[in-house]
Design a protein around this ligand. Sequence first.
Ligand SMILES: Cc1ncc(COP(=O)(O)O)c(C=O)c1O
Length: 488
Amino acid sequence: MNAFENPTNSSEWSNHYDVTRFEQSGQQSIQMLTRYLGLSRAQELDFVLPSYDPGHRLDMWSKEMNQGSDKGNGLFRDDLLARVLNRSNHLHDPRYAGHQVAVPLPELAWISAATALLNNGMAIDEMGPASSPMEEAVMRSIAQFMGLGEGASGILCHGGTLANLTALLAARQCQAENDEWRDGTSEPYAVLVSEQAHYCVDRAVRVMGWGEQGTIHVPTDDQHRIRPEALKEAFAEAERKGLKVLSVVGSACTTSSGAFDDLNALADFAESKDLWFHVDGAHGAAQVFSKQHSDPLSGLHRADSVAMDFHKMLGVPALCTGLFYRRSEDAYCAFSQRADYLYEKGEQDEWWNLSKRTFECTKRMLSVAVFGIWEQHGPKLWESLVDQLVGNAQTFAANVEKREGWQLFTQPKSNIVCFRSTRWDNSLLRRLMVEHGPHYIVKTEFNGETWLRCTFQNPFTTETVSTSILTRLEALGMEWDSAQNSAQ
Ligand SMILES: Cc1ncc(COP(=O)(O)O)c(C=O)c1O
């Protein structure tokens, strides 16, 4: 048959593009998701995290995938969504206090659905005629709100990891004497960063080809903040070794304990040595929206670049990260690649061709959610969300301190709280909680010792819910003890 003959007739794929089917499956999905959201919010699901082991889950999905289906004639099995919902980690349940991923504002799911349907690829203006100018407008506005100044702007990208790499690529090109982008790395470059920094900074350094020596981990104090005198020593030591330090990276905040480096001290140091000052604010830069909790970010406005995840404290579905530059033109240093099929000759620093500044060529229409919230609420909605999350963490921390048999690592400045039992093995407690639920918490290690860790991501984690984390851990510990005693 001629492929151009009546293409809408009889073929299977035209069925899958059918408009009426789209509406029907959409209505079913909305009903199911709404019911799911209600059950999660009301803590009516048995667990936050279904606890079967990874091998079991792989077997289950593999078996189902290979058994064929008589369940519906749609694009996928009728029960696919239900199975995914049942078997996922339920972030909307107020008992979720695990990793640093936003409990998304539910209506943003419809924005995600709409942008998935539109699928404008964003690499160049023509592939994002609505979402590209939305991105530029909202990034300029937020950069200025951060205090980065009149000439500040930024881009959206898929994740803090990519944003930190992009910032360091810009730092390299702006700071180095040679054209590193064109000629490759010509000197043994390095960055100074906290020993507690997220691993993605070290990963970015290695991706740039600077190797292990390229990341200089600066020692921290007992609250995990870079020690300013250690920064000076680390820089001097790097110079002695013949390394060329290009940048100092501040953590705002660190991933494991939520510690904020003293950004003013780091900015002073960067200025004195003519270094690029980047702030990894993937988690905590969001606190810039809160009058109550922005103190730890004092000095943020002095950064050359700042990474901030909208998908951590700001309620936006992953992945959605802002990378802000004090001088918007620096963004074009990160990548100076030619792509004749995309850009017109003579086009140079046009904001409208976003892929000139992003690692990604095609990316999701990330700006729509961020723009929508900013247009409607300005900083207010994010301010109240941040206040709630950090407030929940501080309330929990106060209860840990009051309760016998528990120890707090440090007073939380963000929504991350590390604590431990002085009675039971903390790895054991965390394992028991993962296996038996119903809460979901995580753990970390400091100096080889395990600490339990909660990130209060869910604004509905009331004091009653968070206190029940401690009572549940105690109950699990006691059950464990009595099982051991009766086995003896
Ligand atoms: C401080 C910090 N930087 C970077 C990242 C990586 O961000 P993403 O997961 O968005 O790539 C994280 C993630 O937890 C983080 O906490």
